[in-house]
Design a protein around this ligand. Structure first.
Ligand code: HSE
Length: 436
């Protein structure tokens, strides 16, 4: 078992504990992770997760010094005491998993230097893009590319406000106030709307993309306070949408530019379609071209998914100090568990006939009375409910009828079509396409 200590039991901490306490059906390595201690500010606060009381403590220092604990998960946020606790944990030889973008953006130099000296990992998948895997892809799968630019919509609050301004035509201050009422914006929204949160995140992405540390003060940050309904309307007229983009790019001469500012984005670009609280990161690399990563940029479950993915990565690496000869001879073939195939059984497959789908079907038929009635009767007798049916015109002397069904059983749909296909009035069924 790998024992972990968690600092913080707020939204992300709770989501993390929930995943770890319910490992079945997830990566098998999670079953070898044990929560040894969870550090909180107040013991008596009601919690959404059922933890044995002896695991919960207010003594955060004891967690980072605990000789049994191998991984410290910092999900408390803020600069202090998170920074001091992480440094102390590193000093005690613990690997770190953190979701703390502000801390890493500002003190990454100090923390990674200490970690390298101590021979431990600091993992931060949850710091950028919530549940979207972006740190690990930049480090690994995309790492073979020369990255030219990373462009992100990496602040959900501002994207939510700008999306509503675009859809409703409202003013910034009114929509911000409403977003605060609905819980989509913080009571103090400064870090989000002034682009500082996105600035922290793009500093981290830039560092990974370009292989050099980034001083947070060198990141230009301009927020969305000054965007008016009239700017949104002009953008629309000119075929653009306004997005708060975080951009990291290599410019001529090899230097790097890292910045956050509202931007007119052509409506046909992929980033223009990212709406509401969603995040997306577009990576442009050579020779790959463009890859866009899209998903939920915040929230308990999504962010916890990223936190636990880092725990999993460390557990996997930790198990893998083994030579090829040892791996071959070990009873369960102990290759790296995150790189090797861990499955031996075939998956149980659901037959197509057991699924439910909605269908578009196009019929060519004789233009005689009662055909639509016969189609309706056959579908109905086979429990296929019709959403719409239209006679759209003619192909030669054949009438063309288009049917869209509700979600129906594939087996029922097949038997209905077999019967309909044999009707005298039906000439052919040229198209059957599933509807999402
Ligand atoms: N405050 C952030 C946002 C979520 O609005 O996207 C946490 O990183």
């Amino acid at each position: 078992m790998v024992k972990i200590g968690i600092l913080g039991l707020g939204t992300v901490g709770t989501g993390t504990v929930q995943i770890l306490l319910d490992p079945v059906g997830r990566h098998h390595l999670l079953q070898s992770v044990e929560i040894r201690r969870v550090g909180v500010r107040s013991i008596d606060k009601p919690r959404a997760v059922d933890l044995p009381s002896e695991l919960v403590t207010t003594d955060l220092d004891a967690i980072v010094c605990d000789p049994e604990i191998e991984i410290v998960v910092e999900v408390m946020g803020g600069i202090e005491p998170a920074r001091s606790l992480i440094l102390k944990a590193i000093e005690h030889g613990k690997h770190i998993v953190t979701a703390n973008k502000a801390l890493i953006a500002k003190f990454g130099d100090e923390i990674f230097t200490a970690a390298n000296q101590a021979g431990v990992y600091v993992m931060l998948e949850a710091a950028v893009g919530g549940g979207i895997p972006v740190i690990q892809p930049l480090k690994q799968s995309l790492g073979v590319n020369r990255i030219g630019r990373v462009t992100g919509i990496i602040n959900g609050t501002t994207n939510y406000i700008l999306t509503r301004m675009t859809v409703e035509g409202g003013e910034f201050a009114d929509i911000l106030a409403d977003a605060q009422k609905l819980g989509y914006a913080e009571a103090d929204p400064t870090a989000d709307i002034d682009g500082l949160d996105a600035g922290d995140k793009i500093a981290i992405l830039a560092s990974l993309a370009f292989g050099g540390r980034i001083k947070r003060d060198d990141v230009y940050c301009e927020g969305i306070r000054k965007i008016g309904a009239v700017d949104i309307a002009y953008a629309d007229k000119l075929n653009f949408v306004i997005k708060l983009l975080a951009i990291a790019e290599r410019v001529e001469g090899g230097a790097v530019s890292v910045r956050v500012h509202p931007t007119f984005v052509p409506r046909d670009r992929p980033l223009a379609t990212v709406n509401g609280v969603y995040n997306a990161i577009l990576v442009e690399g050579d020779p790959l071209g463009e890859v866009m990563l899209f998903g939920p940029g915040a929230g308990a479950g999504a962010t916890a998914s990223a936190v636990v993915s880092d725990i999993l990565a460390i557990v996997g690496v930790r198990q893998c100090h083994i030579s090829r000869e040892e791996a071959i001879e070990s009873p369960h073939n102990a290759l790296h568990p995150l790189l090797s195939c861990n499955h031996t059984e075939y998956s149980q497959m659901a037959p197509l006939s057991s699924l439910r789908s909605s269908f578009y079907v196009r019929f060519l038929c004789l233009d005689v009375p009662g055909v639509i009635g016969k189609l309706g009767t056959s579908f109905g007798e086979h429990h296929v409910s019709i959403e719409s049916i239209v006679q759209t015109g003619f192909q030669g002397d054949r009438a063309e009828i288009v049917v869209v069904t509700h979600d129906v059983s594939e087996a029922d749909f097949d038997s209905a079509l077999a019967e309909i296909g044999s009707l005298e009035a039906i000439d052919s069924i040229p198209s059957i396409i599933r509807v999402l």
